[in-house]
Ligand binder design. Structure first.
Ligand code: GLY
Length: 378
């Protein structure tokens, strides 16, 4: 890293992640892993929100290693996503997670015109989910017959807005950025609490734009503090600052970062909810840790050294603990890179298991420490 001596463990960690991912790629190929159960990643349909993370990790490792076999799989994953993009009905706000880490990554690394067009189509669909009255991007489609989700916005979308910022940057048309900024302004107004913790879900009246309720979602309770939600917020706001230069996004990212860093347990890897009680509250979410670490490294690059060391050292502590205490380097029977992720505790799904986005952000954080981009959100 600039101005510092890079620690030996970072190169070791990178090599082990690369080696393990090469081995995983022989079984997983151009599929879409999400959570590892019994040592094997369970494969999802390409329409599931996590579909970008495996190819995204392959692109990151390809960029740092030149291993063409990883690139070839990432390209096949991207092609397979065409059925989701063209099929339309399964698209939701996670267009950012899905096409930034596939088509934007491909375009950035190879200049492929087909990939640029795919990502622009995805950006147009994402922009079309904007609710003008509430100034939010609608999150989900109905999960079941008769459900009305048209007023629902979630903190996770702070990451998806990078697709809109990218679309304005490559086309020169500011409309996408206007929508992304309007949504991020709504995040500032309605999602971030004064203490720097965040709400997961805000439900708006889709006709008037008024706030109807704030919900706990994947957190323990409406007023608790879901740690991955905080990671999405701190990273997404730092990205919004990167794309716009608006001070209010940087200030809010710092506010969330301070909340996050001061709630970490001794081993520096967050519990799944910073306010869940008792034994439930002891369960970790390593994916919140790796996502926050990558975001903290971006944040550190945006402020003076007098502040940067707080975010950079926080990120290094998290990432090193993930490497030393959560990694599966000595366990060839486990495909996940990091143990102890929690996907959705309230719905009893994927608790205390490796998660593909935990692995992705861990690799991305290592690449940031090594200053070995590019990074596909920026
Ligand atoms: N975007 C859904 C999650 O963070 O689990």
């Amino acid at each position: 890293m600039s101005g510092t001596i890079q620690q030996v463990w970072v190169d070791e960690a990178w090599s082990k992640a690369l080696e393990k991912t090469r081995a995983n790629s022989l079984r997983i190929g151009a599929e879409f892993p999400h959570a590892s159960q019994g040592g094997k990643y369970v494969l999802e349909t390409p329409s599931w929100w996590t579909a970008g993370f495996w190819p995204g990790m392959l692109w990151q490792l390809y960029a740092g290693s030149g291993d063409e076999s990883l690139k070839a799989i990432a390209e096949r994953c991207e092609q397979r996503l065409d059925e989701v993009l063209d099929g339309y009905v399964k698209l939701d706000h996670d267009l950012g997670f899905m096409w930034l880490l596939t088509s934007v990554a491909n375009f950035k690394l190879t200049g492929a015109e087909e990939s640029r067009v795919r990502a622009l189509k995805a950006a147009n669909y994402l922009a079309a989910r904007f609710n003008l009255k509430g100034r939010y991007i609608r999150a989900w489609n109905p999960w079941r017959e008769g459900e009305d989700n048209s007023g629902v916005a979630i903190i996770d979308c702070s990451m998806n807005t990078s697709l809109l910022f990218w679309a304005s940057e490559v086309t020169g048309d500011p409309r996408y950025r206007h929508i992304a900024e309007a949504h991020m302004d709504t995040v500032l107004e309605h999602f971030i609490r004064p203490d720097g913790s965040v709400y997961h879900i805000v439900n708006f009246n889709p006709e008037t734009g008024e706030v109807v309720e704030k919900r706990g979602g994947q957190g323990y309770a409406p007023e608790s503090a879901w740690s991955r939600g905080a990671a999405w917020a701190l990273y997404g706001l730092s990205l919004a600052y990167h794309h716009t230069g608006k001070q209010s996004y940087l200030d809010a990212s710092k506010q969330v970062a301070h909340f996050f860093l001061t709630r970490l347990p001794e081993d520096q890897v967050p519990h799944w909810d910073f306010r869940a009680p008792g034994e439930i509250g002891e369960i970790r979410d390593s994916s919140a840790g790796s996502c926050a670490a990558s975001g903290l490294l971006l944040l550190a690059s945006q402020v003076d050294e007098s502040e940067a060391h707080v975010y950079r050292n926080g990120a290094l502590r998290i990432t090193e603990s993930l490497y030393r205490n959560y990694g599966t380097w000595d366990n060839a029977e486990e495909e996940g890179l990091l143990l102890h992720g929690t996907s959705n505790y309230p719905e009893n799904r994927n608790i205390d298991v490796p998660l593909i986005y935990g692995d992705f952000f861990y690799v991305e954080a290592l690449a940031r420490i090594k200053e070995a981009g590019p990074f596909y959100w920026e």
